[in-house]
Structure formats: C-alpha cells, structure tokens
Design a protein around this ligand. Structure first.
Ligand SMILES: NC(=O)c1ccc[n+]([C@@H]2O[C@H](COP(=O)([O-])OP(=O)(O)OC[C@H]3O[C@@H](n4cnc5c(N)ncnc54)[C@H](O)[C@@H]3O)[C@@H](O)[C@H]2O)c1
Length: 350
C-alpha cells in the first residue's frame, strides 16, 4: 500500500468553529486528494478533481472528515472505496416535508447512479412525488431497473427518442395509468462523436441534425405531448450548459444545440404560461457523468469550474435535484422561462 496521505487544511478558506465548509488537501504519488466537510456532517472526497465519495449522514464535520479520510486510505490500498454504500445500495435522501406529495411526473435520462436525471428523480421522490422513469434500451435496463425500484416507480418504460412511436407510447401509458402529469424532466442529449469533437465550422448536416434532434427537438416534442395532461398546470424541465452562452473549449456543436434549447424554453414558457405550465432550462456546472465522458479534457473543465466558482465547489446531482424539485413546487408558480444556473456561481465570473 502507498503511504498514507498527510492532510492539510486549505489556508484560503476560513477554518475552525463558525466556518461553514472546511477543506483539506493531501497528495500521494501523483494523486491529489481533496476533502470538504460541512458542519451538518456532509462531505465530499475528490481524487484529481473527480468526486469519488459523498457522505451525508455523519454526526458532524469531524466524523465526516474521518470517514472520508478512511475512504481515501482504502482508495490508495486498492480496496473498494464505497463498501458501505455497496452494501446498502442506492438510497433516497431523508426528507421530512413531503412538499411534492400528490404530484406525478416523468423523468427521462437516467442511465446510471451518476446521471443528473437520477439526482432529480431522487429529490422528487424524497419530497413525496410519484415518478415514472424510462430507460434507453435493453442494455440500459439492468442499470435503471434497480433505481426504479428505489423510487417505487409505477411506470418504467423503454424510450429511445430515435425509435418511432416510443415517446408517444410513454405518454399514452401515462394517460391511461395516471390521466395527468405535473412535471417532466428531460435530461438527455446526444451528438455523434465526429460532430461533438470536431469544429463547429466542419459539422456535417447529419451530425448537426442528430445533435439538434435528440438534444433539442425532443424537449419540444415532450412539451407537446405533456400539454394535454397538464390541465391543472405543471412544469417542464430540460438540462442545458453554459457552453450555450460562451464558447467553452471542446463543447462545440453541443453549445449550439443548447442555445437552441434555451430559446425553445422561452418560447414554450410564453406559449404554455397561460395554462399554468412553467418551463425551465437548468444549467448545472460540469459533473462527471457518462455523457460528459464524451467531452475531451473534461477534468480540466472540472478543475476550472471549481477554482473559478464563487462557492469553490463542484456541484453534485443532488444539488441539481433539489433545485429542480423546488421549481416544481407551487411556491415557484410565478417563475418561468428561466435558465437556472446551478454552478456555484461560476457563470457570473469574468
Ligand atoms: N454532465 C455535465 O457536466 C452536464 C452539465 C450540464 C448539462 N448536462 C446535460 O444534462 C443532461 C443529462 O446528462 P448527464 O450528464 O446526466 O449524462 P448521462 O449520460 O447520465 O445522461 C444522458 C442521458 O441521455 C440519454 N440518451 C442519449 N440518447 C438518447 C436517445 N436517443 N433516446 C433517449 N435517451 C437518450 C442516455 O440514455 C442518458 O440517460 C444532458 O442534456 C447533458 O447535456 C450535463
């Protein structure tokens, strides 16, 4: 086993009693470890900028640090890092106030436990909503089904937006089983590798159309299919990224598609607003998901996001989930057409 890392506090952050989040860093070989812990017993461990552990239920900041330090030791010795979690399996966060009880919604885009859609599904369910979920195909089914069980999802259906009729089948089934819908989370995007990793100036017509079709048009189509089911109003969400507003290295044609998606959100919000249907784009900071693995030099994006964001922190899928759940609550009824950044404030910085 490599020698144990020596932890030091981050001198740039306030330390000791009264401070909010404390940060610790250590190096071992070429690996850089970071731990942050909050007073209520939540903390994260990152190795070379990638989050490898997130704990929420420690007694306090000290216990959170000790647990994360042990995980770092296990990581270095090659043991499974999340043996606790593995034993327990995926879980919903504990939330006392069932603020979304009685609401029913569709969540599209869960591929695995790292998906932003899973963060949203957990939050909606924890707040008491019922959720229907979809999986891309048979290969994805085995990863999504156990998560659907954690959610007690009454509707679990295949949905490949490229497969004619599948989206309609999902909404038909929801009409039969629920007869209504209160929210939809669209958390999918796709661009062929050549299109995504090439310059925008070189993109082929096919690459452009596929990117726009899956990443933008499908949201418009879902809004169209949801509208008749939202007779008492509702909310529609889609995931976007800052690369729609600014040229972000390696984001390329996806930035163009996200710009179109954000514009679509505003038009849909204007058109559906009189029916009480609200529409939002959610713009998380970078998260290490499967979709993100298609973006070259993604680790550099994570490093930059963390050092530049006022919060000096990367976001988690749970951060995204609770913010989306808030927007679905009736208390947010006069907020619509937004692009809401969940990025620790990164987008306000020069
Ligand atoms: N990860 C990030 O850093 C980040 C940041 C901002 C926005 N987003 C956006 O969040 C959304 C979710 O991505 P993620 O990061 O959770 O990654 P992910 O890989 O977990 O999710 C992407 C989902 O898209 C689905 N998908 C792709 N093609 C599809 C098709 N033809 N039919 C149906 N589903 C299809 C995949 O099955 C998968 O569930 C995307 O819109 C992405 O652009 C991601």
């Amino acid at each position: 086993m490599a020698s144990k890392p020596e932890w030091k506090t981050n001198p740039k952050l306030a330390a000791g009693k009264g401070s909010t989040v404390q940060e610790f860093t250590a190096s071992a070989g070429s690996d850089k470890f970071e731990i942050d812990v909050a007073p209520w017993g939540e903390g994260h461990l990152r190795v070379n900028g990638r989050e490898i552990a997130h704990i929420k239920d420690a007694k306090d900041r000290i216990q959170a640090f000790q647990e994360l330090r042990d995980i770092a030791d296990r990581y270095l010795s090659g043991e499974p890092i999340n043996r606790e979690q593995k034993k327990k399996g995926p879980e919903l966060p504990a939330v006392k106030a069932k603020l979304l009880e009685g609401k029913r919604g569709l969540i599209v885009g869960i591929a695995n436990e790292n998906s932003i859609a899973w963060g949203c599904a957990k939050a909606f369910r924890a707040f008491g909503a019922e959720v229907a979920v979809t999986y891309l195909n048979d290969k994805a089914k085995k990863y999504v089904e156990p998560l659907a069980r954690v959610l007690d999802a009454p509707i679990v259906m295949p949905l490949d937006v490229n497969a004619p009729g599948q989206m309609e089948a999902v909404f038909d089934h929801i009409t039969k089983v629920w007869g209504k819908l209160d929210f939809v989370v669209h958390s999918i995007a796709f661009s062929p590798k050549d299109a995504l990793q090439g310059r925008v100036v070189d993109v082929t017509r096919d690459g452009f159309l596929t990117t726009m079709d899956v990443s933008c048009w499908t949201f418009i189509r879902m809004a169209h299919l949801a509208e008749p089911l939202m007779r008492k109003g509702g909310s529609l969400f889609t995931m976007t990224y800052y690369g729609s507003q600014m040229v972000v290295k390696n984001y390329n044609i996806m930035g163009v598609a996200k710009a179109a998606l954000e514009a679509a959100v505003r038009y849909l919000a204007a058109e559906l607003g009189p029916k009480g249907i609200r529409v939002h784009a959610i713009s998380p900071g970078p998260l290490a998901t499967r979709a993100a693995s298609g973006i070259p030099e993604f680790d550099a994006l994570l490093d930059k996001a963390k050092s530049k964001a006022p919060a000096r922190s990367l976001v988690s899928i749970d951060d995204v989930g609770v913010a989306v759940a808030f927007l679905a609550h009736d208390a947010a009824r006069l907020i619509t057409g937004e692009t809401l950044y969940i990025d620790g404030g990164y987008h306000i910085m020069d």
